[in-house]
Design a binder for this molecule. Structure first.
Ligand code: MG
Length: 244
């Protein structure tokens, strides 16, 4: 099932080329529907927080000149960072090095607190595509990553949440102006999704709608005004935004 948020905050299920409108995410049907082509998509989650994982793919840690971590390196993005599929994202004035990071995003379905790894996936609503936009220059100079990771529009998310998916081995590709820049499989993660969810929920309660960004593979790079950047994940779909 593909869960869509659209318009002024309506929820729906994608069926063929139309959206069956629901009360809440995966809630009961209202009986109304709209064509997908007429719906303005929104980020398909309303998180209280977005938890990011750095260096979760071995080759990305290597390209950043960093050690392969023994424990997940976490950071937060606030909900202000969310951006809708198809957004035009103004190039932020405080950076000269805006980077794309294509990532698999996990959306929480049920409140999650101290959940063991073997139960973790049952708390997941589903999976979507994310761009963990990063101001690489200020990431290196600021004490914390608030500006580098959590500026407005730094977390494009979508196009929808796919609920019927095994996250353990999916092809993930990032394109800039149609050219492949990242091409990896989620099976290359150092810390797999159930481990990450259990690790985070051990100290921080995850609420329904919260989002976990699972890290980016190798091939990160700069974006420039006018670029179109897209993340495509097997079994989910394609998230695309433009830099203004
Ligand atoms: Mg990242």
């Amino acid at each position: 099932m593909k869960i869509v948020r659209f318009g002024r905050g309506s929820w729906g299920i994608l069926e063929g080329e139309s959206l069956q409108i629901t009360r809440g995410p995966a809630g009961p049907f209202t009986g109304r529907k709209v064509p997908l082509s007429e719906a303005k998509l929104l980020p398909p989650a309303k998180p209280t927080k977005i938890v990011g994982v750095g260096r979760n793919y071995r080759k990305h840690a290597e390209e950043m000149g960093e050690e392969v971590p023994q424990e997940p390196g976490l950071f937060l993005k606030a909900p202000n960072a969310l951006a809708a599929p198809g957004s035009l994202i103004p190039y932020p004035p405080f950076t000269k090095s805006l980077h794309y990071e294509g990532e698999l995003a996990v959306v929480i379905g049920r409140r999650m607190r101290r959940v063991p790894e073997d139960k973790a996936l049952s708390y997941v609503l589903g999976y979507t595509c994310a761009l963990d936009l990063t101001a690489r220059d200020v990431q290196k100079t600021d004490l914390q990553w608030i500006r580098a990771k959590s500026a407005d529009n730094f977390c494009p998310l979508g196009p929808w949440v796919e609920t019927d998916l095994d996250p353990s081995d999916l092809r993930l590709r990032t394109f800039v102006n149609g050219e492949v820049r990242q091409d990896a499989r989620t099976s290359d993660m150092i810390f797999p999704v159930p481990f990450l969810l259990s690790y985070v929920s051990a100290f921080m309660t995850l609420e329904p709608g919260d989002v976990l960004l699972t890290g980016t593979p190798e091939g990160v790079g700069e974006l420039h005004p006018g670029d179109e950047v897209a993340v495509e994940i097997e079994g989910i779909g394609r998230l695309s935004v433009r830099i203004g």
